[in-house]
Design a protein around this ligand. Sequence first.
Ligand SMILES: *[C@@H]1O[C@H](CO)[C@@H](O)[C@H](O)[C@H]1NC(C)=O
Ligand SMILES: *[C@@H]1O[C@H](CO)[C@@H](O)[C@H](O)[C@H]1NC(C)=O
Ligand SMILES: *[C@@H]1O[C@H](CO)[C@@H](O)[C@H](O)[C@H]1NC(C)=O
Ligand SMILES: *[C@@H]1O[C@H](CO)[C@@H](O)[C@H](O)[C@H]1NC(C)=O
Ligand SMILES: *[C@@H]1O[C@H](CO)[C@@H](O)[C@H](O)[C@H]1NC(C)=O
Ligand SMILES: *[C@@H]1O[C@H](CO)[C@@H](O)[C@H](O)[C@H]1NC(C)=O
Ligand SMILES: *[C@@H]1O[C@H](CO)[C@@H](O)[C@H](O)[C@H]1NC(C)=O
Ligand SMILES: *[C@@H]1O[C@H](CO)[C@@H](O)[C@H](O)[C@H]1NC(C)=O
Ligand SMILES: *[C@@H]1O[C@H](CO)[C@@H](O)[C@H](O)[C@H]1NC(C)=O
Ligand SMILES: *[C@@H]1O[C@H](CO)[C@@H](O)[C@H](O)[C@H]1NC(C)=O
Length: 606
Amino acid sequence: MISFPSFFFLFFFFVPLSCFSSLVTLSGNKTIVSDGQEYECGFFQPDNLTSHWYLGIWLKEDPIRTSLWVANRDNPLTTPNGTLDIIDKELVLVDKDNARVWSAKLSREVDKSRMVAQLEDNGNLVVKSSKHSEEEYSWQSFDTPTDTLLPQMRLGINPNTKNHIVLKSWNSSIDPSSGYFSLGIEDESYEIFVIYLQHPHAENRYRSIVWNGFQFGDMPPILKQLDAPDSFVMTTYQSSKSRLTLTPDGDYEVYMWVQEETTWQLSWSTTQDSCFKDARCGSYGFCSKNTIPRCHCLQGFHPKNDVIESGGCARITAPKCKEDDKFMILKNMKLPENPDDTLHASALEACESLCRRECNCTAFARIKLQNGQNTDHRCITWIGELHDMQNYTVGGQDLHVRLKEPVPTQTQMMMTEIAGEDQLFAVMDLSTIVEATDNFSSTNVLGRGGFGIVYKGILPNGKEVAVKRLSNNSSQGTFEFRNEVTTILNILHKNLVRLLGCCCEGSERILVYEYLQNLSLDRFIFVDEARSRLLNWATRFRIINEIAQGLSYLHNFRDSPIIHRDLKPSNILLDTNMISKISDFGMAKILQSGQTEAETERLVGT
Ligand SMILES: *[C@@H]1O[C@H](CO)[C@@H](O)[C@H](O)[C@H]1NC(C)=O
Ligand SMILES: *[C@@H]1O[C@H](CO)[C@@H](O)[C@H](O)[C@H]1NC(C)=O
Ligand SMILES: *[C@@H]1O[C@H](CO)[C@@H](O)[C@H](O)[C@H]1NC(C)=O
Ligand SMILES: *[C@@H]1O[C@H](CO)[C@@H](O)[C@H](O)[C@H]1NC(C)=O
Ligand SMILES: *[C@@H]1O[C@H](CO)[C@@H](O)[C@H](O)[C@H]1NC(C)=O
Ligand SMILES: *[C@@H]1O[C@H](CO)[C@@H](O)[C@H](O)[C@H]1NC(C)=O
Ligand SMILES: *[C@@H]1O[C@H](CO)[C@@H](O)[C@H](O)[C@H]1NC(C)=O
Ligand SMILES: *[C@@H]1O[C@H](CO)[C@@H](O)[C@H](O)[C@H]1NC(C)=O
Ligand SMILES: *[C@@H]1O[C@H](CO)[C@@H](O)[C@H](O)[C@H]1NC(C)=O
Ligand SMILES: *[C@@H]1O[C@H](CO)[C@@H](O)[C@H](O)[C@H]1NC(C)=O
């Protein structure tokens, strides 16, 4: 095998310059090898079936010649014979019949007779003047990556050429022709640099992952910001030969070379990340790659309809603008798209007060940017709805979201703790409830009981709810309230009424439940004879069955069975489809595990 430098050396010095016709001729076994024997450039065949040959670069040690760069990706040769030449300020590849299959512009006029093509030990194929090897290259393969970035390759704007360097996927694993995805860096929104993915048949590009001053999303920190903010360079990862490759399916993967096994080993990939190509979960929704379903609402927001993906989330509390609005910190987040403004703000407090001052400011984040040798802290603010967010385990950024809530009382804080991570549950403020129920208007009363009055309410987002306002002197004190909230929060069954939120302001104790259109069973059985006739035996039997299922779920609930103790027709509610759901767990008493009998401290009416 002839390595190129020596080959060229011979060629260059023993052939008269005037007769020198080409830069280098390559064929099946004739390749260019870098000085340190690291990389090799030559013809390869991605599949053994078709006679498609490509000029490419691979690791010299790699037995399967995993291609790291391809010249003539869209125009294969039929035999592994071709010549690199310089014609009219262009580097060209011609096949054995002298037909041009690929070309690239040289950066300047060159004296062809003095030029050499050389493969460097970082995998960069360069064309330069042999005399001044330190001078700027007339051309280099690193300026036009295929689907792979190697250490020292750039992504984003090349400050020298002003070209936008992107990766373009192969069409398939055995077809290097330009595929469906491209990956680039874009200063899409002021100074958040995002890696985007574009599918030529899709209108939108995906904002895949966002720069946080250190890394993109949760990708290992193999890209470093360069002299210009929108210019990045790939670095070695864990002091090993590494590569970042865009797959034909639009995923990207980080590989490390394992010398002992002479193989590229996958060390990070987006293939398992269901949020990666599109983290859209509607307004105020965020995507989580490890959960099913993947969409969640930010705390303090709840789904507008059953599917967050289509409807997004809405605030539970009516938006107001107060100086004392709180900000909730979300860690490891992919920042939302379309920020409103980016300002210099070195301190976090300054950033927060910038957002606080603007009534419409919904969130802010403080980001770090490298600009040459300088580190800049910037404050980014968002106005209006927040879109396209994701949470990560590592990486991402702190996002501060404005909460339109009064300063929480101690009880409220306790309730927030109870609410915990469950995004479907909300602690609401009294003014929202007052608004929803028309100030507890008597026209909205659904029912009265020992515990208090139940009102129909309509939340600011239009959702109908049943609001249970506990009376001050009902048997249900703070103990029962907490009991009911903590218990019901975790009880999710199709035949049990779902708790959506609670309010605990001053002396008020309010529970907010889902609203069931057809109200309670007692109205059917005892109140309205016409409706009573609607309940045929089949329906009654089904309802009995459903109640039994609900009770069975309660009785077998996790480690602590729940006994209802107040089951009666007025506590059986019916939804639009006449599916029954048991309500009012206020009287429930959680049995300790292993306890089959319990003494009740309070008398129960039923
Ligand atoms: C093409 O390459 C093959 C394999 O290296 C070689 O045997 C053959 O002679 C070459 N043909 C021409 C026309 O150069
Ligand atoms: C190419 O190399 C293989 C083995 O390395 C050898 O069998 C074959 O004859 C070589 N072909 C040419 C044209 O040199
Ligand atoms: C091509 O053939 C070589 C040797 O016969 C084999 O190692 C390799 O896996 C084949 N590649 C494909 C894509 O079939
Ligand atoms: C890419 O692959 C698809 C299907 O595998 C094929 O239809 C298409 O022609 C290919 N494109 C090119 C440019 O080869
Ligand atoms: C803030 O919101 C109000 C009401 O939605 C709107 O009229 C106003 O234009 C917004 N201000 C800015 C600066 O966007
Ligand atoms: C993202 O948030 C969801 C919902 O709160 C949570 O279940 C999940 O564990 C979080 N994922 C990560 C990676 O933090
Ligand atoms: C609600 O009604 C009470 C009296 O029933 C009244 O004192 C209060 O001002 C009303 N609140 C609102 C917001 O209308
Ligand atoms: C409870 O009592 C307080 C005053 O003691 C009163 O302001 C409040 O409206 C009462 N709440 C209910 C639900 O009756
Ligand atoms: C409790 O409410 C009843 C009316 O339902 C009222 O007569 C009684 O005075 C109240 N007790 C206290 C301690 O507020
Ligand atoms: C239940 O509610 C739905 C929606 O309000 C209504 O169309 C239906 O007639 C009700 N069914 C009965 C049996 O009242």
